[in-house]
Design a binder for this molecule. Structure first.
Ligand code: COA
Length: 263
């Protein structure tokens, strides 16, 4: 493997759809600090590039999405380095969750620790039957640091979250699907096709509307229902006044495909 830029491979899967592939297959794509920093620079670049509409995350090699933080870097009890990694990963995971474009986690094999937490930050999770989701940090005498204790518990409730964290239980792809953690669970050979189909569908939804709906889902979760509904109304009225809002309505009534400009 060459320089650190190879740690994440970036390719345009379709026009407007970027795939980022975590690429340390010999270490089950364990997330090292250089990899995390490279990930952030890709996120910044994608956020600024209006041509990119959808982001897909996946792991190289077929055995893992990401098997967690690089435990090798945890060796030696260096508290300052450990704290730096944790602060950075929290910030970067939050940035992924807040990216104003749809994100899809395409999970084969292990999604453990930070790998599961990354997937939990994505808007859509598609997985193969051989996927295994877990937060095994307790077995290292530690606890999750990328939001896992909170995002998983909010997503599936305390029973399943306790099973995963306190018993170190792994969730299969099927189980993740039945819990509503994954939108799709399919054979490994079908996963790319399923991801592509979802990405294509996402390209047809107006980008400003996607960014706003993403924000609403997140903000609304932390607010009382009437307040969250207030956010919703504000957004809708704002979108109605955009070029894309008017274009979408006009295109429907004229029986043609809309051409969204993101304005
Ligand atoms: N950090 C660093 N290296 C890791 C890693 C991680 N999170 N996960 C896997 N690796 C490395 C292994 O050390 C091994 O490297 P080596 O070949 O140089 O010895 C290689 O990836 C393959 O993993 P291995 O453990 O041999 O595969 P396996 O099939 O026996 O087990 C797992 C797979 C995922 C069950 C096991 O690797 C594991 O438990 N990983 C750690 C998961 C974890 O605790 N994540 C949370 C971290 S905070």
């Amino acid at each position: 493997m060459g320089g650190s830029e190879d740690l994440i491979l970036r390719e345009e899967m379709l026009p407007g759809v970027v795939r980022l592939c975590f690429n340390r297959p010999d270490k089950l794509n364990a997330l090292s600090l250089p990899m995390l920093r490279l990930f952030e620079s890709h996120l910044d670049d994608i956020a600024a590039d209006t041509r990119v509409r959808v982001v897909i995350l996946e792991g190289a090699g077929g055995r893992a999405f990401v098997a967690g933080a690089d435990i090798e870097e945890y060796r030696g009890g260096r508290r300052a380095e450990f704290a730096a990694y944790q602060f950075e990963s929290r910030r970067i995971f939050d940035k992924l969750e807040a990216l104003p474009k749809p994100t899809i986690a395409s999970v084969r094999g292990y999604a453990l620790g930070g790998g599961f937490e990354l997937a939990l930050c994505c808007d859509l999770l598609l997985c193969s039957r051989d996927a295994q989701f877990g937060l095994p940090e307790g077995r290292l005498g530690l606890s999750p640091g990328g939001g896992g204790t909170q995002r998983l518990t909010r997503a599936v409730g305390r029973q399943t979250a306790s099973d995963v964290m306190l018993a170190g239980w792994r969730l299969s792809g099927e189980r993740a699907y039945h819990l509503g953690l994954a939108a799709v669970c399919c054979e490994g050979a079908e996963l790319d096709g399923q991801v592509r189909t979802r990405a294509q569908a996402m390209l047809k939804v107006a980008p400003l509307a996607q960014a706003e709906m993403k924000r609403l889902m997140r903000q609304g979760f932390d607010a009382p229902l009437p307040v969250a509904q207030g956010f919703e109304q504000e957004v809708l009225l704002r979108l109605y006044a955009t070029d894309d809002g008017q274009e979408g309505i006009d295109a429907f009534l004229s029986k043609r495909e809309p051409r969204f400009s993101g304005k």
